[in-house]
Ligand binder design. Structure first.
Ligand SMILES: [Ca+2]
Ligand SMILES: [Ca+2]
Length: 477
């Protein structure tokens, strides 16, 4: 009897182990840089992004997903650390997270520490030297320079275009571009035999500026099919001063582009860059589908933030508005997501880290600030009251719920927009007493800490060879 009971218990344990310890899925994380929501799957009609649309159709597309910050380094640091900019103090591109956050275990490192083979290529972390720590990876393929990365050295397109910025076709094929090399590496990686589950991060640099695209793709974009967004006159009149200051970042570029009537060419080139990214996403996806890992790999696709082309009289990112924050996000999780499903709940890319930990059955991390999106992957229309929070600079935040956007700047100034009637965020309702209760409902989600800015890269002497750094003596006043 006792032996029978023991046997039954053992059998039950084995069944339980069988349930809870399946073969861990692989992860393929594809990211793009500065790609806004001009994606077919998100309803942008001029877009031709069949591959991104195909990827989204394999799982769950989030139609209301937002970046944690409207700039490369703060957004990527938040996504990969699972911690908000307001917690880490990484608010801008110069702040070097590694010496500032020595104990933070970044996403690829967490997978590596839990038995995964962590491989990355291209631009995953912000690509200033030293921002991509070698201890995060078993293998890394550095972004190959294709003139996009050194495009800042190209003579300015216009003499009065004061910043580093250019656009147009390059006489290179898709695979001769730096992103092509990254994708080639990823294709080889997926064709290889892997003994451990892998975490593979493929970081495309497109469509980041300079907006250089292979000529064959550029030539295919009909200049009339990519409309120039509307820069509504006087739109900033109801925006408080800190918001107008954010909008003025790269204002000289915007003015030069508009004065020379170049915006159609800028938009055309950016569109070509998106299509180039799309083609490469398709190659990686096909390589996965042809590999032995097709049925046991979670695929995640995201962009680090959005982009303005004159909307709210702004060019690039660097604002707390929808154009800077709204991004494509799709997750394909075999056995969890329903192909072709969509969720319009407001979600942040900050949720990616806990989501992947959850989907792969890794030990749960209590210290992360996002939460797993698994419930939404299983039921995309479930109630979800948690908004997406976005931060730019210390103390400036946007709270995006499914319907509204609330912005509060460090000095207390506010904006409030209703997306059901005003998707372009043209009318700031913050002073309207009718929305006061909604504003307080949103303000509850403001971060409770606003950490001081982390130390800048230039505060350290860095040796790339040994990956070591030393704090410089603070300059005397
Ligand atoms: Ca970026
Ligand atoms: Ca306005």
């Amino acid at each position: 009897m006792r032996i029978q009971t023991l046997g039954a218990a053992l059998a039950a344990l084995l069944v339980a182990c069988g349930d809870t310890l399946p073969v861990r899925p692989n992860v393929l994380m594809i990211s793009v840089d500065d790609m806004n929501d001009w994606v077919g799957a998100l309803g942008y009609e001029p877009a031709q992004t069949p591959q991104i649309d195909r990827l989204a159709g394999l799982g769950t597309l989030f139609t209301n997903a937002h970046a944690p910050s409207p700039k490369c380094n703060p957004s990527r640091t938040a996504i990969l650390s699972g911690l908000r900019p307001s917690t880490t103090g990484v608010y801008a591109n110069g702040e070097w997270w590694k010496p500032n956050l020595p104990d933070v275990v970044m996403l690829p490192r967490y997978f590596k520490d839990n038995g995964y083979y962590a491989a990355g290529g291209g631009k995953v972390f912000h690509h200033t030297p030293g921002f991509n720590p070698p201890d995060s990876w078993d293998e890394y393929f550095e972004l190959v320079d294709d003139l996009k990365t050194t495009g800042f050295l190209v003579p300015y397109r216009r003499p009065d275009n004061i910043s580093s910025f250019d656009w147009g076709p390059l006489d290179k094929s898709s695979m001769e571009m730096g992103d092509g090399a990254t994708v080639s590496w990823a294709e080889d990686f997926l064709a290889r035999q892997h003994e451990r589950p892998f975490f593979l991060a493929v970081g495309l640099f497109q469509p980041h500026l300079p907006f250089y695209a292979p000529r064959s793709i550029y030539d295919e974009v009909d200049p009339d099919e990519a409309p120039v967004p509307i820069d509504a006159p006087n739109d900033l009149d109801d925006v408080p001063e800190p918001g107008r200051r954010m909008a003025a970042f790269r204002l000289a570029d915007l003015q030069a582009i508009q004065e020379h009537e170049d915006m159609d060419e800028v938009v055309r080139s950016y569109t070509a860059c998106i299509r180039h990214a799309d083609e490469l996403v398709g190659r990686v996806l096909s390589a996965l589908e042809e590999s032995p890992y097709a049925d046991n790999t979670i695929v995640v696709f995201w962009s680090d933030h959005g982009y303005h082309f004159g909307e709210k009289h702004h060019f690039t990112k660097n604002t707390l508005w929808e154009r800077s924050s709204h991004v494509p996000l799709a997750i394909v999780a075999p056995g969890v997501t329903v192909p072709g499903s969509e969720s319009s709940r407001a979600v942040s890319l900050l949720n990616l880290y806990p989501t992947l930990v959850d989907l792969c059955g890794l030990p749960v991390r209590q210290d992360l600030e996002g939460i797993s999106l698994r419930p939404l992957l299983e039921n995309p229309e479930m109630d979800w009251d948690r908004p997406a929070v976005m931060t730019f600079g210390r103390g400036n935040h946007a709270i995006r719920s499914e319907r509204y956007r609330y912005i509060r700047y460090a000095n207390g100034d506010e904006e409030f927009y209703d997306h059901t009637t005003d998707p372009g965020e043209l009318t700031n309702l913050a002073a309207d007493p009718g929305v006061a209760s909604e504003i307080s409902r949103h303000a509850r989600w403001l971060p409770s800490v606003d950490a001081p800015g982390a130390l800048l890269k230039r505060a350290f002497e860095f040796d790339a060879e040994s990956y070591t750094w030393r704090r410089r003596e603070p300059e005397s006043p």
